[in-house]
Ligand binder design. Sequence first.
Ligand SMILES: *Cc1c(COP(=O)(O)O)cnc(C)c1O
Length: 357
Amino acid sequence: MAAWKDNIRRVVPYVPGEQPKEPDIIKLNTNENPYGPTPRIKGISDDPDMLRLYPDPSISLLVDELARYHGVDSSQIFVGVGSDDVLAMSFMTFFNSDKPILFPDVTYSFYDVWADLFRIPYERPLLDDSFRLVKEDYYKDNGGIVFPNPNAPTGIYEPIETIEDIVKNNQDSIVIIDEAYIDFGGESALPLINKYDNLVIVRTFSKSRSMAGLRIGYAISNPELIKALNDVKYSYNSYTMNRPSIIMGAESVKDEEYFRNTINMVIKTREEFVEAVGALGFSCLPSATNFVFAKHEFIPAKDIFLAAKEAKIYVRYFDSPRINNYLRISIGTDEEMTTFVNFLKEFVSSYNKDSLN
Ligand SMILES: *Cc1c(COP(=O)(O)O)cnc(C)c1O
């Protein structure tokens, strides 16, 4: 066997949700926002210079807009190509110790992939039986901490006091809070960056700003940690973000009204959906996100997942311990959710009949 075979960096990759090519499907499997981005972005990519010229490597238009929006200095914002890029950069930059980093057993399934890719040791404290974080599990020697709040795929939000306790008890390591869904409910840990120098907040435009296709994510922290992130970025690829994304991202941040309205629409639909499927025997974990994590009282999640797919409705199913009887259902438009509820009504009642036969 050729020696180079031993020298390849081999990893087991992250498996994203399906992006089916068929038309006329209802897509509730990757937490996209059904409403689309602010109408203010229209026409931006028509300018030929938009694609002809290199983008600004410092992404300052968007950085400045985000700094204004959050009331921080521009030196406290790092922008990347989706929060996956920001998180990968953060793992590379901040988790550089021989001690294990800590993240929950049930969480965003990219964390262990990056840890493996960058050869970072890790431990995964168990969430409790209600999928709640046990903060004391994070009060031990570690090489860093990362988790989403609200968590994915459970949708559960942990109170800000829990987050502060974890940050406070870990001042010798960096704590990254992945706030991909924070706009749909819950209080952000952002103000804590003024109190603790070991905290990094990560956000994305993919969910609440309905721009998953543009790939924009960012980190907010103190200038020292943001500089460390930028130093790694400039050592790797300096023109990360394309010009249309920079300008469209800034337009989205300016349109607060559209942003708030569409978020409120998603939240309203979520609450109605939870109630409607409750009547069909589903229980949903309390969600502070644009998805719900639901299980049925007797029908296996996998059966529902496969039947829904057959009916061209895509939801997410994870064949992993502890969560393999749940479905993660992204909140679409009212019309899409009604179609799905009607499908479930039909499916549950025929399932009842089948099991009686
Ligand atoms: C969706 C998601 C991300 C990644 O979002 P990007 O599209 O890469 O910005 C990161 N973390 C969590 C928990 C997510 O659900």
